[in-house]
Write a protein that binds this ligand. Structure first.
Ligand code: PRX
Length: 625
C-alpha cells in the first residue's frame, strides 16, 4: 500500500508508541526494551526504556558481515591534498584502536571526552570510540577559541580532550593545540589527558604527563579488540553546546537508542538514502548537522560518508561536484550560505563533472531564499529539499518527507511537520493557538519524539525553564522561531524570537559576543544585534559606548581581535560602531529590536517606550557616516 503523508503523520501523533516501536526495528538491540515511552515526568521523555544497545555497534559492527569491504568513510582534505578511504572493516579497526587508547588512559563509561578537532578521520574515530565504550563525547567546533572552549570544559568536566595540533584553512595552518592549552589554563577544571593527533602542520609544546601522542598510543593498540559496552537506551551519548539567550551556552544532552532510531528513520523517510550509497554533508562535526548527517545518520544506515576539510572554492568552485563524481555521491547536504557562495562563481564549474549519481541536495540551518533555491535547482537539475530543525531536536522538524509522500514544494517553506512532532503555532503572549496565516511561535507539544534533547547537561531546571515555560499558561516546547502556516499546512519560518543569530548557518548568541566585547578595557556598554546580509544570511554588528571617548581610533579593530581570541573569528562582528548612547527603555533595557531596524535601514516602529528617542537618530548618523 502506498504511504500518504497525512496517514503516516497522524499515526505518529495518535499512536506514538506503536509508530516508534515499528521504527525501533531498524536498529540492533542487545536486549529489547520493556516500554516504548515513559512520560511519567513531563516534559522529560524516556524512549525505549529497559533496552540495551550501542551506537557504535549500530553504526559500524552490524554492517561488517554484509559490507565489511565497502567504503564507510572518505576523509578528503583539499587543504593538505589528502584523501583517505576506510572500509567498514578498516573503520572498525581504527575505532577499536581509539577505544583502547581511551580505556588504557582511564576513560570510563559515563566519562566525558571533549573533541576539539578539524575535519579529519580521527575525529570520526574518536566520536565512535567514545560511544563504543559508553563515554560521552562533546565536540566543540574548531572555529571556537579559548574562552568558548574553557566554558565548555568547565561545564562538561571531561576526563580527556582529543585534539590535533592544527587544521588548515585556505592554505594556512589554524592552530588548535595552543588555543586548547590556553583554554585549559583558563578553565577551573583540568582534564587528566590531552590526546594529540600530530598532522605535522605546526610545531607545538607538549605538557609532560598530561599530553599523549596519538600515533604512539595507536601503535600500542594495533590489534585492539574492544567489546562494545551495551548501554541503556537512555544512556547519554553526547553533549553538544549551543547558544541561547544568556551568555552561557547550553549543553544539549542526547540519549542513545532514541538518537539511533530517529536518525535511521530519518534516512529512510526524509533523506531517502540506501545502504551502500554515499552521503556528502558539508557541515562540520562541531555542529549538529555534522553529528547527525556526517557521522551517525549515514553510518547507522550502512552508507558511506564524506568528511571534507576545505572550502567550496579551493582549488576551484568545482571541487564539490568533483567529489560527487569521484565517490558517486547520492545525497548532499549543505547550508544556503554555501550555495550563495557558489552562485557568485563561474557557472561552468557546475557542468564539468558527471553528477548523475546525485539524487537530492538537502539544505538547512538558515532560511532558504527563493533566488538561491531556484538557482541551484536549475544549475544542477536535482531535487532541492529544504529542512528546518535545531541542535535541540537533532533531526528535521519540518520537511517534505519524500520517503513518505513526495508532496509538492513551496518556495520559502521548509514544508510540513515531520512525523512525531506535534507542531503548534502559538501567540507568544496569550499562548493561544493560531490558525492559518497568523504569525506565531513554533512550539511542539510533548512528548518530544525520540532523538530530541533529553535535558540541558547538568541542569534539568534550566531545560524546563528555558524550553518549556516560555509560553504563558502552556507547557510546550518552544523553538524560539517565528512562523506562519498557510492554508495547506506549510510552515514559513520568519526568524528567531530570541537573541540568537544565524551567521552563514552558524548559530551564535549575541549575549556571548557582548560578554566578550565587554571584557575590553575601554568598553563601558555594548549591544550586539544580527542584521541581514546578502551572502551570510545575517552578520553580527556591535554598538559600543567607550569608557574613554578620546581613545577610540583603534577600538573597533581591538574589539574584533578580542572576539577573535576569546570566541573565534566565527563570532567576530562585521562592524563595531562607537556611539555615545544606546536606545533604552525607561527601565534601562537596551532595545535591540530598534538597533537592528536602524542598522538594516528600516523604520524602528513603535519607539514610544524609549527613554530618549533622539538616540536612534544619532546612531543612524554614525552608521551612515
Ligand atoms: O532559526 C532556525 C534556523 O536555525 C536554528 C537552529 O540552528 P541550529 O541549532 O544550529 O540547528 C541547525 C540544524 C539544521 C533554528 O531555530 N533554521 C534551521 N533550519 C532552517 C532554519 N531557518 C529557516 N529555514 C531552515 N530550513
Amino acid at each position: 500500500m502506498k504511504l500518504t503523508y497525512s496517514s503516516f503523520y497522524e499515526r505518529s501523533i495518535k499512536d506514538p508508541e506503536g509508530f516508534w516501536a515499528e521504527q525501533a526495528n531498524l536498529i540492533d538491540w542487545h536486549k529489547p526494551y520493556d516500554q516504548v515511552l515513559d512520560y511519567a515526568k513531563p516534559p522529560f521523555a524516556n524512549w525505549f526504556v529497559g533496552g540495551l544497545t550501542n551506537l557504535c555497534h549500530n553504526a559500524v559492527d552490524r554492517h561488517l558481515a554484509q559490507r565489511g569491504a565497502q567504503t564507510a568513510l572518505v576523509a578528503v582534505s583539499t587543504e593538505t591534498d589528502q584523501e583517505r578511504v576506510y572500509t567498514f572493516k578498516e573503520l572498525h579497526a581504527e575505532v577499536n584502536r581509539m577505544a583502547a587508547i581511551l580505556l588504557s588512559n582511564g576513560v570510563k563509561k559515563g566519562d566525558r571526552v571533549l573533541i576539539y578537532m578539524p575535519m579529519i578521520a580521527e575525529a570520526c574515530f574518536a566520536m565512535l570510540a567514545c560511544v563504543r565504550i559508553g563515554a560521552i563525547h562533546s565536540v566543540v567546533f574548531g572555529g571556537f577559541a579559548s574562552h568558548s572552549l574553557a566554558s565548555r570544559i568547565d561545564d562538561a568536566t571531561p576526563t580527556m580532550v582529543i585534539t590535533a595540533e592544527a587544521g588548515m584553512r585556505v592554505g594556512k595552518a589554524v592552530l588548535y593545540k595552543p588555543l586548547l592549552d590556553e583554554a585549559i589554563q583558563l578553565a577551573r577544571f583540568k582534564p587528566k589527558h590531552v590526546l594529540i593527533v600530530n598532522r605535522g602542520l605546526a610545531d607545538f609544546v607538549r605538557v609532560p604527563g598530561r599530553d599523549l601522542d596519538y600515533a604512539d598510543e595507536r601503535q600500542k593498540q594495533m590489534n585492539a579488540n574492544v567489546p562494545v559496552e551495551w548501554v541503556d537506551s537512555t544512556h547519554t551519548s553526547y553533549i553538544l553546546y549551543t547558544s541561547g539567550t544568556t551568555g552561557k551556552p547550553k549543553g544539549v544532552q542526547r540519549d542513545t537508542a532514541g538518537l539511533a532510531v530517529s536518525l535511521v528513520a530519518s534516512m529512510r523517510y526524509i533523506f531517502c538514502g540506501n545502504p551502500g550509497e554515499t552521503m556528502f554533508t558539508t557541515s562540520d562535526i562541531g555542529w549538529v548537522v555534522g553529528h547527525s548527517y556526517i557521522i551517525y545518520g549515514p553510518l547507522l544506515n550502512g552508507m558511506a560518508t564524506i568528511m571534507y576539510e576545505g572550502t567550496p572554492l579551493r582549488p576551484d568552485a568545482g571541487i564539490w561536484w568533483k567529489l560527487v563524481e569521484k565517490y558517486k555521491v547520492s545525497l548532499m547536504f549543505t547550508a544556503p550560505t554555501a550555495v550563495r557562495v557558489l552562485k557568485k562563481q563561474d557557472p561552468t564549474f557546475l557542468s564539468q563533472y558527471d553528477i548523475s549519481s546525485l539524487r537530492t541536495l538537502f539544505l538547512a540551518g538558515e532560511p532558504l531564499d527563493e533566488p538561491t533555491a531556484t538557482w541551484i535547482h536549475k544549475a544542477i537539475d536535482k531535487k532541492v529539499v529544504d529542512n528546518y530543525w535545531q541542535t535541540e531536536t537533532g533531526w528535521p522538524i519540518l520537511a517534505i518527507q519524500h520517503g513518505v509522500e513526495p508532496m509538492p514544494h513551496k518556495f520559502g517553506s521548509p514544508g510540513v511537520p515531520v512525523y512525531g512532532y506535534k507542531m503548534k503555532l502559538l501567540n507568544e503572549i496569550t499562548g493561544e493557538e493560531l490558525g492559518a496565516n497568523q504569525k506565531g511561535v513554533v512550539a511542539i507539544e510533548g512528548p518530544l519524539p525520540p532523538g530530541c534533547m533529553q535535558t540541558v547537561w547538568g541542569d534539568d531546571a534550566r531545560y524546563v525553564k528555558t524550553y518549556w515555560n516560555s509560553i504563558p499558561g502552556k507547557m510546550v516546547y518552544s523553538t524560539f522561531d517565528w512562523a506562519i502556516k498557510d492554508d495547506d499546512g506549510y510552515f514559513f519560518i520568519l526568524g528567531r524570537t530570541d537573541d540568537v543569530i544565524n551567521v552563514a548557518g552558524h548559530r551564535l548568541g549575541t549575549r556571548e559576543i557582548e560578554e566578550s566585547i565587554s571584557s575590553h578595557a575601554n568598553v563601558a556598554e555594548v549591544a550586539v544585534v544580527g542584521i541581514e546580509d546578502q551572502l551570510k544570511g545575517q552578520v553580527a554588528i556591535g554598538f559600543v559606548i567607550p569608557k574613554d571617548a578620546s581613545n577610540v581610533i583603534q577600538l573597533e579593530a581591538e574589539i574584533m581581535k578580542t572576539v577573535d581570541s576569546q570566541l573565534g573569528a566565527v563570532a567576530r562582528p562585521a562592524r563595531v560602531y562607537i556611539v555615545t548612547a544606546l536606545p533604552k527603555t525607561r527601565s534601562g533595557k537596551i532595545v535591540r529590536r530598534a538597533l537592528q531596524a536602524v542598522a538594516e535601514g528600516r523604520d524602528p516602529g513603535d519607539i514610544s517606550t524609549m527613554e530618549d528617542q533622539s538616540v536612534l537618530a544619532q546612531i543612524k548618523t554614525v552608521i551612515t557616516k
